[in-house]
Design a protein around this ligand. Structure first.
Ligand code: DGJ
Length: 694
């Protein structure tokens, strides 16, 4: 007996089938099928053949491949009884719930007392497919591995792109070829990590940023993920995502995976990117004030570090406001005896040596110059050299002789006493001070990964958000060490990287745009000489790179020359003028044919306008800039194009050429075929081209 189900979105269909009450498997995932497609036929047509030297039938690649059914690859579930004896379930159909955009399927196994449920939802607007699995048991069992519903990867694909990185170098792509066996990632750091953003892109043959087919996956969890992308001996391919191995440290009767966000695109990698950007911004993130324009930030970290002096901070705040900043974020160093990073974490009382009258005078001043006030916290951490540790050494997570990270330990966030303490501290802080923003940091990995830790953090965040619904929160972990849709259900911005080096940022934020929209991606103009790379970069480049995302400043404004201040003010004014549509728009990565140029087109949702940022990260091999093809335009429409920063043309650009002298009017067809020809420029410069549909 065959059962089939289908879920449709505007551009994709997910079809599942099950025979003889067995666990379901995906029989089709790709472009939307005709409504009258016969699912029974698809079920049969999808089967692969049987030949010599093998079993008499192919073990099914189900949504949770079972070890009990001679499945030749990685199983979707590894679970043991309370006494450690492995349990090999053979699930049978139990029930289903099918709605317009959602499907839940439940299967049970009497012998092991296990029940497995898979939930699927296709968002009809953003095109994201959400999938999650739940395992229930009739007594406490030990879970080693549970995959979110397993999806097939396309055959018409040669490679996989997943993510690696490091401090100050997040979102690096790692490309591997499909071959027999698997690409396996198991992030045991206990947090999302710089080195393991939980994403995967499977481009089909010939796909680029702007064209072709691609599939993409993201696992929305902050405790470290495991990914298996595997090709079986028979050629079938599976993609599994779940919590990192063995991070469910206690027996339980119910385990939930986090949500796997997946999508199919027929408009290249950008189709996936736009789906994630919109889903994150419009579905995942809860905005306290949805209509409030994203304020320009000023963050004082790289200006003063731990050296907080009220008159200096006031001076800096006034200067930042003059440059156009709208929110001042007081970073690390305001509490306890926090004169450097060796001490005081978890002592969340204002330092009376630095702030004898509390934070009030600084906050009042910041407000008086027209900015809102935000503050840095690192709630999940404790320094052994802190009053809190001396009082509660048992609150720290892990063994006493563990290797410290930045001289600190993690607090045990599964301990309710710890969470209550933190809640009270922050509750006091937020009640007694007019603070509208928290930069929530997490500067070390866990001593041992444990899913209860992110759960505890989520619980504290949820409690604080409920008590202070107007406060926005930024997720930071030494820069981009905790960026995922799990933490972003509770936060509104990410500190993408500790690198304020515009050259590095250009690439980091370009790759991050495969998942992250402008609205949540912080990007700051750093000091003239970058503190993490030593590079000296021109203010124009620093400012325009930051203006590609949620703009902020992080240099000491006292270092700015008049000319630098003027450029910064000008770019900030431009950003404020455009932020409304850019915040709601899409970031499309362009297929630059010059490896020296990293380019993107930010497009208004209605297609009426766009801006192209073409960042030149090196000197080109060829003499003149290669034309840059645009994307997503109406071929028949005419567009008016103009350089937003014409004043940046240097004397070494000597030719006469369309855009140099003034705006041009050309068709979408021309721009998407021939492309835009830009003036010659130095490396470490950005061209900004504004486009408007006529
Ligand atoms: C790491 C963050 O990424 C920085 O921006 C800064 O907030 C420091 N921590 C403060 O200790």
């Amino acid at each position: 007996m065959i059962r089939t189900w289908r879920l449709d979105g505007p551009r994709q269909t997910l079809a599942l089938g099950s025979r003889d009450n067995r666990l379901a498997r995906v029989i089709y995932w790709g472009p939307r099928l005709p409504d009258d497609e016969d699912m029974g036929t698809i079920y049969d047509a999808h089967k692969i053949d049987v030949t010599g030297g093998m079993l008499d039938d192919n073990p099914e690649l189900t949504i949770c491949p079972e070890s009990s059914r001679t499945f030749p690859g990685q199983p979707g579930l590894v679970v043991a009884d309370g006494d450690g004896a492995p349990l090999f379930a053979r699930f049978g159909y139990e029930s289903e719930v099918l709605g317009e955009n959602h499907l839940s399927l439940t299967f049970s196994d009497e012998e092991t007392g296990l029940v497995y449920t898979a939930h699927f939802v296709i968002d009809p607007v953003t095109n994201i497919l959400e999938a999650k699995a739940v395992l229930e048991a009739n007594r406490p069992v030990r879970l080693h591995w549970l995959a979110a519903p397993v999806l097939p990867a396309p055959q018409y694909s040669d490679e996989l792109i997943d993510f690696t990185g490091r401090w100050c170098g997040e979102f690096q792509t790692a490309t591997t070829q499909w071959s027999a066996g698997g690409r396996y990632r198991n992030n045991r750091t206990g947090r999302t990590g710089h080195e393991a953003f939980p994403g995967l892109i499977v481009p089909c043959r010939g796909a680029t940023n702007t064209q072709g087919e691609a599939y993409a996956f993201h696992y929305g969890w902050s405790g470290g993920h495991r990914m298996v992308a595997e090709e079986l001996p028979d050629g079938r391919r599976q993609v599994q995502f779940g919590h990192a191995n063995g991070t469910e440290t206690e027996p339980g009767t119910r385990f939930d995976t986090a949500t796997l966000y997946a999508t199919y695109s027929d408009t290249g990698l950008n189709g996936c990117a736009v789906a994630y950007q919109r889903h994150l911004r419009d579905r995942i993130v809860k905005w306290p004030n949805p209509d409030r324009p994203r304020p320009v930030h000023y963050n004082c970290w790289e200006a003063v570090y731990f050296d907080h002096q009220l008159p200096v901070l006031k001076d800096i705040a006034a200067r930042a406001a003059t440059l156009g900043a709208e929110r001042f974020v007081l970073d690390d160093g305001w509490f306890g005896m926090r004169d450097d990073d060796t001490r005081a974490l978890a002592d969340w009382q204002v330092d009376p040596r630095k702030y004898p009258d509390g934070l009030g005078p600084l906050i009042d001043h910041v407000h008086s110059v027209g900015m809102a006030f935000g503050i840095w916290l690192e709630p999940e951490m404790i320094n052994p050299d802190s009053n809190t540790y001396r009082l509660h050494p048992d609150w720290a997570l892990g063994y006493r002789d563990q290797i410290l990270g930045r001289q600190q330990m993690c607090l045990d966030m599964s301990n309710t006493a710890v969470r209550d303490y933190l809640f009270e501290q922050f509750s006091d802080l937020l009640t007694n001070n007019d603070i509208d923003y928290i930069k929530w940091d997490h500067n070390r990995v866990l001593p041992m990964p444990d899913a209860n830790q992110p759960r505890g953090t989520y619980a504290l965040l949820d409690r604080l958000r409920e008590a202070f619904p107007k406060v926005e929160i930024e997720s930071c972990a030494s820069g981009g060490g905790r960026i995922d849709f799990g933490i972003l259900q509770r936060t509104q911005r990410v500190w993408l990287s500790d690198s304020n080096d515009a050259l590095e940022r250009l690439q980091i934020q370009h790759n991050a745009a495969l998942f992250l929209p402008l609205a949540i991606t912080g990007s700051h103009v750093g000091p003239r000489e970058c503190h993490t790379s030593g590079r000296v970069l021109d203010i124009r480049f620093r400012a325009w790179v930051a203006a590609q995302r949620h703009l902020g400043f992080e240099m000491d404004p006292r270092e700015l020359t008049d000319e630098e201040a003027q450029v910064l003010t000008q770019v900030t004014t431009w950003w404020k003028h455009n932020r409304d549509w850019m915040t709601r728009g899409d970031i499309l990565r362009l297929d630059s044919t010059d490896p020296a140029v990293t380019a993107e087109q930010q497009m208004a949702v209605d297609g009426s306008r766009f801006v192209v940022f073409a960042g030149k990260a090196a000197t080109s091999a060829q003499v003149s800039p290669r034309p840059l093809r645009l994307t997503g335009l109406d071929p028949a429409a005419q567009y008016r194009l103009d350089l937003a920063n014409r004043e940046d043309i240097t004397g070494l650009s000597r030719g006469t050429q369309g855009l140099k002298d003034g705006p041009i009017k050309v068709s979408g067809r021309y721009l998407m075929t021939q492309g835009v020809t830009l003036p010659w420029s130095f490396p470490d410069r950005m061209w900004v081209v504004e486009g408007e549909r006529i």
